[in-house]
Design a protein around this ligand. Structure first.
Ligand code: MRU
Length: 352
């Protein structure tokens, strides 16, 4: 399944300054298989995985080789298209991929979109075009959200982000990290802080890797330093992504997001959620209804494969939490910005 090497994809259509701020393409269709940058190994190793059937794509999603809500939806869409090329039973493929992870609705959204095309009689070529459209639309959405989100931030601000919401987690550019890329380029953002994001360290391992690679100055903080940072006055916004936004604006995102929102409210720091409309789930009324993925306790009990906690200890490892809409100042999607989100504003933008 693994193969070494691989570049960072083409950045056709980008200006020189864009390229400097966004050079990574972690999900790459190769004509007959899907190439993924293995996010479990970064930053120590840049190894690519070649998925040659939908089962390998499912495994890559489940094991977090590819992760981040939009990226898993895109990978799944390519998995379905690849299965169609290989003339595999698509009903089985759709249901296996759907069960790979429960919280990020982009996975179900992308599979539903592919399913609709299958039901309409699409052949393998048409499904490949649909997967490509899902990927291209995500990149375009991220660029639009970058502009919209950055326009909310006053010049020379400091921001704190959580988890990894960048090129690695999307088709490219990123959601919250896209706003940060746009805000740094536009002069709204002077200082970027990234939380480690225990236990899987998406912030430390992935966000810092992206930011250093693209030349965006940033400082890593321990997750437990966030309130202290906010109290210091160094950040004016917390900017995060989302895995699922319910019909009332409640937002599921990486574990630790909720406590950042509470701390932000206390310190008068604003809180922005950035996600494409594929993350909005109007069929889910409130955050209470969102399934929170529980992962293996070993992710907490070990670091980089080394046991760090005494043998015999147990752990509880929910990997997402829900931030209530009332703690969110702005939800930014490619369709526009909802300030102080609630059911009425969500309904007006997304209908149902
Ligand atoms: O478990 P992960 O790494 O897939 O979780 C990712 C997040 O929580 C991201 O913040 C979210 O998917 C948005 S990515 C643009």
């Amino acid at each position: 399944m693994s193969s070494p090497g691989g570049g960072f994809g083409d950045n056709v259509g980008m200006t020189t300054s864009d390229k400097n701020l966004d050079s990574i393409r972690a999900v790459q269709w190769q004509g007959d298989h899907l190439r993924l940058l293995d996010q479990r190994l970064l930053p120590s190793e840049e190894r690519w995985i070649d998925c040659r059937d939908a089962g390998q794509v499912t495994q890559a999603i489940r094991d977090l080789a590819v992760r981040g809500a939009p990226a898993i939806g895109i990978a799944a869409a390519w998995g379905v298209a690849m299965a169609a090329q290989q003339k595999i039973d698509l009903d089985d493929v759709l249901s296996t991929l759907r069960a790979a992870r429960p919280t990020a609705v982009n996975l179900m959204w992308a599979l539903d979109r592919m399913k609709k095309r299958i039901a309409a009689g699409a052949d393998a070529d048409a499904l490949l075009r649909e997967a490509q459209a899902i990927q291209d639309e995500d990149l375009a959405a991220n660029r639009r959200m970058g502009e919209l989100g950055a326009s909310l931030i006053t010049a020379h601000s400091g921001v704190l982000t959580h988890c990894n919401t960048g090129s690695l987690a999307t088709a490219g550019y990123g959601t919250a990290l896209g706003v940060i890329r746009a805000g740094v380029a536009g002069g709204q953002i002077d200082h970027v802080y990234a939380g480690e994001t225990r236990p899987w360290q998406q912030g430390a391992r992935l966000t810092m890797w992206e930011l250093v690679r693209d030349g965006i100055p940033a400082k890593l903080i321990a997750d437990s330093a966030a309130s202290h940072l906010m109290k210091s006055g160094a950040v004016q916004w917390v900017i995060v992504g989302a895995d699922r936004i319910a019909a009332n604006g409640d937002t599921a995102n990486k574990i630790g997001t909720y406590q950042l929102a509470i701390a932000a409210k206390y310190h008068g720091v604003k809180f922005m959620v950035v996600a494409p409309s594929s993350t909005v789930d109007m069929a889910t009324g409130t955050g209470e209804e969102i399934e929170i993925e529980l992962r293996d306790a070993t992710e907490l009990l070990s670091t980089a494969g080394q046991r760090t906690v005494v043998e015999g200890a147990q752990a509880w490892n929910p990997v997402f939490d829900v931030t209530p809409a009332e703690l969110i100042d702005a939800i930014v999607t490619e369709r526009g910005v909802i300030e102080r989100p609630n059911s009425i504003a969500m309904q007006a933008m997304f209908g149902w």
